[in-house]
Write a protein that binds this ligand. Structure first.
Ligand SMILES: *Cc1c(COP(=O)(O)O)cnc(C)c1O
Length: 394
């Protein structure tokens, strides 16, 4: 019996290929930190982590403690670092006991980490996070210099790394400004006697655009998933798609021309058709888009344009799914856990048929969705769009 009506398939060779493509651009001394936050961007953190580990990646990053613990509990042996700070003592205790590498973003974090690792007699590796212009979290220059003067017992703390995160990697001036501040702080710390071995500031976009900012380590997520970060970047990596999101048709019925589909009956079918129900809905991200404010007037026009094209039911802007090698549109409003696919009456499909969902896209900081094009069997370009993730792209 098949237990699942939806699942993700991972192509090992494609994931390995992406890893090799990234590695080939790194000097030997630069470490790769594989970012597998949010379930490896929605594709399966445990599986992806194990595959990458078997292929030599030994350092991983996730955002939150529960993600790290899930990996540890699965028997995962790789180093895991948290990208977000922890917020209470219980979390620190759990993280320290499990040998998880911490992000320290404030003096308060520092105090807790020192105190609790000493109490537990557990050596804890930490990376200091410096805030240079993203406005998220991290030490300011003044605050991090105070760290040198704090009397806390840091016998059980190993300050392994120091890092920052770029806010708009496409903007060279802004990136350079952020980096200069970061570099300046590193130098000041060094002059004060604190030498931190691993400095890092590159995510996927920075990795591609600024090879001189690879420093001692790079934090790569998007590229490993086979996607290019959105925006104009030189495409010199040959990435492959390791992930396919699939489900099965769970119900099928014939409907006459003129029948209405879904809540509010927003779609009327134009000729007799077969309507397939798939067990994937907006709870899975289908048809969801992140509702960030547009980044500017042009961006707003683009968003409006997309809505208008969807309204006009222009095929390129439909959410298309692939069944038996052909693409068919999702029609009507997407339900919480289901959606309806319109299939021409003459096409043969069955309940239980595999359905491939379009998940290939990158969210940009500008909230623009990059449509992924793939060749369908007729050799025509067919645009898939539809499943998006509720995470930031970077
Ligand atoms: C998500 C994240 C990354 C990885 O970014 P990609 O652009 O997906 O490679 C790196 N660093 C931090 C701090 C992140 O939050």
């Amino acid at each position: 019996m098949t237990r699942y009506n939806k699942w993700i398939e991972i192509d090992l060779d494609a994931l390995k290929n992406n890893l090799q493509q990234v590695r080939a651009c790194l000097e030997d001394r630069v470490r790769l930190i594989a970012v597998i936050k949010n379930n490896a961007y929605g594709h399966g953190a445990l599986e992806s982590a194990h595959i990458l580990y078997q292929n030599g990646v030994d350092f991983f990053a996730v955002s939150y403690l529960e993600e790290a613990l899930e990996l540890k509990q699965s028997g995962f042996k790789g180093r895991i670092m948290l990208l977000a700070p922890l917020w209470n003592e219980g979390e620190y205790t759990e993280a320290i006991k499990n040998n998880i590498t911490l992000t320290i973003a404030s003096l308060k974090d520092w105090e807790k980490a020192c105190h609790l690792s000493a109490r537990l007699h557990m050596l804890t590796a930490v990376h200091l996070k410096i805030e240079t212009g993203l406005g998220r979290f991290g030490f300011s220059r003044e605050e991090v210099l105070k760290l040198l003067k704090e009397p806390y017992d840091r016998e059980y703390i190993y300050i392994e790394g120091i890092y920052t995160h770029m806010a708009q990697a496409h903007n060279e001036n802004y990136t350079q400004k952020q980096f200069s501040l970061f570099e300046h702080i590193c130098i000041e710390l060094e002059e004060a006697g604190l030498r931190i071995p691993v400095k890092h500031c590159a995510n996927s976009t920075v990795f591609i655009k600024y090879p001189h900012l690879h420093l001692d380590a790079v934090r790569i997520g998007t590229l490993l998933t086979g996607q290019y970060p959105a925006g104009k970047l030189p495409h010199f990596l040959e990435l492959q798609d390791p992930y396919k999101y699939k489900c099965r048709i769970i119900s099928l019925k014939n409907l006459k021309k003129g029948s209405k589909l879904g809540y509010n009956s927003t779609y009327k079918i134009k000729s007799d058709a077969r309507i397939a129900v798939i067990p994937v809905g907006y709870c899975d991200g289908l048809a969801l888009e992140v509702g960030n404010p547009p980044s500017g007037f042009a961006d707003m026009l683009k968003l409006l344009g997309k809505i208008v094209f969807r309204y006009l039911n222009i095929p390129r802007f439909n959410f298309n799914v692939k069944i038996r090698g052909q693409y068919f549109p999702v029609q009507g409003k997407v339900f919480m856990q289901m959606a309806l696919v319109e299939i021409p009456k003459k096409v043969f499909v069955q309940v239980g048929d595999e359905v491939e969902l379009p998940i290939k896209k990158t969210l940009t900081a500008k909230n623009e969705l990059r449509l992924y094009t793939s060749e369908n069997e007729a050799g025509k370009k067919s645009h898939g769009a539809g499943v998006t993730y509720l995470t930031e792209g970077e």
